[in-house]
Design a protein around this ligand. Structure first.
Ligand SMILES: [Zn+2]
Length: 273
């Protein structure tokens, strides 16, 4: 990935395999011909993309009806085209807001391939689901993977950190060849593994540096803004191999560091191993 070009600025339809397409942009939408019918995953933020999306679907899978629209979760930037899919195809919109998806997942089976929608809540939202396409070894993570983001808006604490680690362990276990995040470029299982390492490194290093009194000259009031001359911020610059991660250097690393630092300072993370 070339750092100087933001790959999400120019939407493009990526072919995962025959009959399986992702419109990769800031918000991702996918449609997959299961054989006889198709499912779509996530419905974007902007309803005005309706015509463009339906044209892209028609030009790739023709008249194959999109019978289901799977929402990984129901944040506003994943649901805008739900109504359009209902109107155009009579699609059934499926999410886990009511907790109705069984723990072992719900299967959608066509003649050609299958999709499994699996609840993995408690990190980004209570209703998070991932979607697994076994025939293509492709995994939709929704917003659980955010190219360096700690995918939660609640303050980080030990139990949330554990839930995140467990969720990543489950996603990594699929050994997906193609990983499709809710936003930005597609990636692979290697990036999921790298994020777990990064998260552990941030927690460990923040704890070590705070224990030595580093950054104590930085007023706690300023932690959120990551006072630019803080010793900790200087110590924990973005890892070399993650510099090209989507929008990582621009703001995600700083955001993650801030979340971890706050949790460590407030002793919410417990002992670091
Ligand atoms: Zn979200």
């Amino acid at each position: 990935m070339n750092m100087s070009i933001d790959p999400a600025e120019t939407p493009q339809v990526v072919t995962v395999s025959e009959g399986f397409y992702v419109r990769q942009a800031v918000d991702n939408i996918a449609w997959i011909d299961l054989g006889g019918f198709a499912v779509a995953v996530d419905a974007l933020e902007h309803a005005e993309l309706e015509d463009e999306v339906f044209e892209a679907i028609a030009s790739t899978i023709g008249e194959t009806p999109v019978r289901y629209m799977l929402n990984t979760h129901t944040h506003y930037d994943h649901v805008a085209l739900n109504a359009a899919f209902r109107r155009r195809y009579g699609a059934e919109v499926i999410d886990n807001r009511s907790g109705g998806i069984p723990a072992e997942g719900r299967w959608f089976e066509g003649r050609r391939r299958r999709a499994q929608m699996i609840p993995l809540g408690g990190c980004h939202t209570a209703e998070d689901c991932i979607v697994w396409i076994p025939e293509d070894k492709a995994l939709f993570t929704g917003d659980l993977f955010g190219w360096g983001l700690i995918p939660t808006t609640r303050p980080l604490d030990a139990s949330l950190a554990q839930r995140l680690t467990d969720a990543y362990e489950r996603m990594i276990a699929f050994d997906a060849v193609t990983v499709i995040p809710g936003h930005g470029p597609l990636c692979t299982t290697a990036e999921l593994r790298r994020w777990v390492e990064y998260f552990g490194w941030l927690r460990r290093r923040c704890a070590e540096l705070c224990a030595t009194g580093a950054g104590d000259e930085v007023s706690k009031r300023l932690i959120l803004r990551l006072e630019p001359h803080g010793e900790i911020v200087r110590e924990l610059s973005p890892p070399e191999d993650m510099l090209a991660w989507w929008r990582f250097v621009q703001w995600k690393h700083e955001n993650s560091l801030s979340k971890v630092l706050q949790a460590v300072r407030r002793e919410r993370l417990g002992a670091q191993r």
